[in-house]
Design a protein around this ligand. Structure first.
Ligand SMILES: [Zn+2]
Length: 266
């Protein structure tokens, strides 16, 4: 299947914003990042109308999300300012697909209901969740129904990949929470560095935290703190910077567990 996408890669945010403004409600690829943290920060700054991304101002004129595609993380935006409401993009979609079982020699037709992301795994753009429609087929005299959909990006979802995706997204049940705090941060991680320093420096500011991180080679994290500091107009303590970084590292709602239920039709 030929891969076709109407969206072009754009690190030029001015162009991305222009393109999105010209097609209100349509998601446009705005950037490709190598880290989840930077992508999520960019999406947030775009939504909040940050000075860093003037093309997307004012705050709330654009929606933005970050989503992984292979080794990269893409940021998608859409222009939503105006009177007419724009239908929200759900995080997930539930569809029926055909899956005739994993084992060899299985002869029945299986219809499986899976819940998957509404983001295309190939490009990160929205899947055609609004185009989901039933498709009927016959097998040995019985009628079955599966779902079909058309992705606006042109990428085609194969049932095998969709099934794998829904299974990959299954997370193990959460471990019982320890009474105090969860696992301590990695010894030499940016968060731990800040917290250790802040413990011995009363009133330590986020600006000092950023400097400290830079000294220890965490320039990406330092840049994120500086961007956030600007957003908060200079009001952030070192501890605040640590929890900001910790929040960024938290998984997206996107990566929350999803369900798969199987109904095999003999
Ligand atoms: Zn796609």
């Amino acid at each position: 299947m030929a891969m076709r996408s109407p969206y072009r890669a754009a690190t030029d945010h001015h162009a991305a914003a222009e393109t999105a403004r010209a097609q209100r409600g349509t998601w446009v690829l705005a950037g490709i990042f190598s880290s989840t943290m930077s992508a999520k920060t960019a999406a947030r700054l775009i939504r909040t109308g940050s000075e860093k991304y003037v093309g997307y101002q004012p705050a709330g004129a654009f929606e933005a999300y970050a989503t992984p595609t292979g080794d990269e993380v893409t940021v998608w935006v859409r222009y939503v300012a105006g009177e007419e409401p724009v239908s929200p993009l759900p995080d997930r979609m539930t569809v029926r697909i055909r899956h005739d079982g994993d084992g060899p020699g299985y002869s029945g037709v299986g219809i499986v209901t899976v819940t998957i992301s509404t983001r295309c795994p190939a490009c990160g753009g929205p899947r055609g969740w609004e185009t989901v429609r039933p498709h009927h087929f016959h097998h040995d005299g019985d009628q079955y129904t599966v779902d079909r959909w058309t992705n606006p990006c042109g990428h085609t979802d194969m049932y095998v990949a969709v099934l794998r995706e829904s299974r990959d997204r299954q997370l193990p049940p959460p471990a019982p929470a320890p009474p105090e705090q969860a696992a301590p941060p990695a010894e030499d991680g940016p968060v731990a560095l800040i917290l250790t320093a802040a413990a011995s420096r009363r009133g330590m500011h986020a600006k000092q935290a950023a400097l400290l991180l830079e000294e220890h080679g965490h320039s990406d994290a330092a840049a994120l703190i500086r961007a956030e500091l600007k957003e908060r107009r200079g009001h952030m303590s070192a501890k605040g910077a640590a929890s900001f970084l910790r929040d960024l590292a938290k998984p997206d709602p996107d990566s929350a567990p999803t369900s798969t239920t199987t109904r095999n039709v003999p």
